[in-house]
Design a binder for this molecule. Structure first.
Ligand SMILES: NC(=O)c1ccc[n+]([C@@H]2O[C@H](COP(=O)([O-])OP(=O)(O)OC[C@H]3O[C@@H](n4cnc5c(N)ncnc54)[C@H](OP(=O)(O)O)[C@@H]3O)[C@@H](O)[C@H]2O)c1
Length: 216
């Protein structure tokens, strides 16, 4: 797949690197220094390269949006037309000091994003785990007990594509339903952040759902 990264920080830098290591064509974009994007591309290897948001959005199958909520309008404006693209968002609608959600209950960041780019197929994915766990999950991808990763979207084809990327990174994709389910997964991320950053066991945490036969 050809994948454009909009926001090459903790999430975008790592996910873009793993997509490239899984064999995809990746363009890293949107950092304050072009040299950072070039370094990421060099280290990711394969056919990864650095570009502008507009270049990252050109001729791609998938775009990953990984910026702070306050930067979404800016990066989308720089990217230009994203009609027809699968736009995967891991971006949470957090306030300026990252202490709370500015959209919740009756909508979600993912749904608000879909309103901004009605021609794109928005998928909410990857945002429910901390960046610190991504490389470890990738390294463990051959193990039988993969961690879960919930995703939601309205377009079935877009969902199937993103499920492939979720598997490529090493997770077991869990289809949570339509995009509006991001109203539940986005606040869940704050629980994950609490467990990742407030405990003494380190931030490299993921989650796994188990199903059981009902017993009477
Ligand atoms: N970090 C996590 O573990 C985590 C987990 C789940 C969800 N999320 C969500 O994912 C999204 C991205 O988080 P993150 O932690 O990856 O953020 P981050 O590390 O701050 O990355 C944001 C990227 O945007 C770039 N950027 C910011 N302002 C810019 C500007 N004015 N011009 C050009 N580029 C600019 C940054 O550039 P620089 O590289 O130069 O700083 C960076 O590459 C957020 O919405 C967050 O809520 C994060």
């Amino acid at each position: 797949m050809r994948i454009g990264i909009l926001g090459s920080g903790l999430m975008g830098g790592k996910l873009g690197t793993l997509f490239a290591r899984a064999g995809h064509d990746v363009v890293f974009s949107y950092a304050r220094e072009r040299s950072k994007l070039e370094g990421l591309a060099r280290e990711a290897g394969g056919r990864a390269r650095a570009g502008t948001p507009r270049e990252a959005a050109q001729d791609v199958d998938v775009l990953l949006l990984a910026v702070h909520w306050s930067r979404v309008d800016d990066v989308l404006a720089q990217a230009g037309n994203v009609d027809g693209r699968i736009l995967v968002t891991c971006s949470l609608p957090m306030n300026a000091d990252d202490t709370g959600l500015v959209v919740a209950h009756t909508s979600s960041g993912a749904e608000e994003l879909a309103k901004k780019v009605p021609g794109a197929h928005v998928v909410s994915a990857f945002g429910t785990v901390p960046s610190e766990v991504l490389f470890a999950v990738f390294e463990a991808r051959e193990s039988e007990r993969r961690p879960s990763l919930v995703y939601s979207a309205d377009d079935e084809e877009a969902k199937a594509t993103v499920a492939t990327l979720i598997r490529d990174v090493g997770f077991d994709p869990v289809d949570a339903g339509p995009l509006e389910i991001a109203r539940y997964s986005e606040p869940f991320t704050l629980l994950m952040a609490r467990l990742a950053y407030e405990g003494d066991e380190g931030p490299a945490i993921a989650y796994r759902f188990e199903r059981y036969e009902e017993q009477n």
